[in-house]
Design a protein around this ligand. Structure first.
Ligand SMILES: C[S@@+](CC[C@H](N)C(=O)[O-])C[C@H]1O[C@@H](n2cnc3c(N)ncnc32)[C@H](O)[C@@H]1O
Length: 266
């Protein structure tokens, strides 16, 4: 990676240190469910994690995203890196449309990074992934705590949000601009001349109830090798705090969490 397409964003930018940390935690340390596996990368963006999965020995990767320009960029990067043409597919499709058409156990491992909060039916997405994955779903997502931090004026808008409330099994939904720096969210609507979409942020408690309901065994992935200091979500409230944050602060504060999910009997 030579460029950071999301420079200036405070949470999970494509800075190489963050990217390497994510590849290490989310993929390299899960190599047993990557090596020799058929991997589906949902919201594959420009193919960064699909590429890393191939480097770690995946047999085949299938990237799915709605943003055609990012898929083309991925194809171009894979071509330049001389990745064998039969080792990957990039497909322009909504993840629901894709998964609904999938046979059960079509893939060994599904990557769901930076996507669950962009869909209006996160439980349904988990359900469809559990059906399509034979061995594992790797999940990396923002939680309800992120909803309390959004925007420059978060401190002013959400002063009464408490830890107790955010620890309940709740789902917070908020509006977001559909036009992002390098992609546009599907399922948008117009409100007062602005193109908006909905984001959904389940609390960690709700996520873990959903996993149990779906019969998925879950392990919370550890970021301790990257976390520099303890961080509470309120330490990320103001623009100044966000600017001063280390990339791993979102994991230290559980504003973002990642899980390894396995179907029963695996
Ligand atoms: C925050 S980026 C995540 C990229 C990468 N997986 C990561 O974790 O860094 C979100 C990606 O999701 C894609 N996306 C959002 N909603 C989608 C949907 N319903 N179906 C397919 N792709 C979607 C966007 O186009 C964008 O590439």
């Amino acid at each position: 990676m030579k460029e950071d397409t999301r420079a200036g964003r405070w949470a999970i930018p494509y800075h190489y240190e963050c990217l390497n940390g994510r590849v290490d935690t989310l993929l390299a340390r899960q190599a047993d469910v990557i090596r020799d596996c058929r991997v589906l990368d949902l919201a594959s963006h420009m193919g960064t994690f699909a590429y890393a999965a191939l480097q770690l020995g995946a047999r085949h990767v299938h990237g799915v995203d709605t943003e055609a320009a990012l898929l083309r960029k991925g194809e171009d990067l894979f071509g330049r890196m001389q990745v064998p043409r039969d080792a990957y597919v990039f497909e322009e499709k909504d993840v629901f449309e894709f998964l609904e058409a999938c046979q059960p156990d079509s893939f060994d491992t599904i990557l769901c990074f930076g996507l669950l909060y962009y869909v209006m039916e996160p439980f349904r997405l988990l359900q469809l992934m559990a059906r399509a994955a034979q061995r594992c779903v790797l999940l990396d997502t923002f939680t309800a705590r992120y909803a309390a931090l959004q925007g420059k004026d978060a401190l002013q808008y959400y002063p009464h949000v408490s830890d107790e409330a955010l620890d309940l099994p709740i789902l917070l939904t908020s509006l977001t601009r559909s036009e992002k720096k390098d992609y546009r969210l599907p399922n948008t609507f117009d409100y007062q001349g602005k193109e908006l979409a909905l984001t959904s942020f389940p609390s960690r408690a709700l996520l873990e109830i959903w996993f149990q309901v779906l019969g998925l065994n879950f392990t919370l992935l550890e970021w301790r090798d990257y976390i520099q200091k303890p961080c509470h979500w309120r330490d990320l409230w103001t623009p100044e705090q966000k600017k001063a944050a280390h990339w791993a602060d979102v994991y230290a504060s559980e504003v973002r969490v990642s899980y390894r999910l396995t179907p029963p009997g695996v």
